[in-house]
Design a protein around this ligand. Structure first.
Ligand code: FES
Length: 88
């Protein structure tokens, strides 16, 4: 299984190919807020993120639970089911 190089919140990360953006968040050490989100059923919208694909200028919204990672993808979270990291 290959790895995809992408960034989450400007932080370079590697994620397994063919995984969702939500799975890439978890792979990168993010944690979910318990009881929020439909966990991949694509109906609640809690996992909505901002995505810029490699070679594109446009930033689009996507559901992290349904969108597969791509090499060079930049993701900024706007979703409500991930715990906010404390800044140091
Ligand atoms: S977790 Fe509900 S739409 Fe993605």
């Amino acid at each position: 299984m290959g790895l995809v190089r992408m960034s989450i919140q400007g932080r370079p990360v590697e994620a397994p190919a063919n995984c969702s953006i939500l799975q890439a968040f978890l792979h990168a050490g993010e944690t979910l807020i318990e009881g929020v989100g439909c966990m991949g059923q694509g109906v609640c919208g809690s996992c909505r993120v901002m995505v810029r694909r490699s070679g594109e200028q446009d930033v689009k919204t996507a559901l992290a639970c349904e969108t597969l990672v791509e090499d060079g993808m930049q993701v900024a979270r706007s979703c409500h089911l991930l715990r906010q990291r404390n800044s140091v």
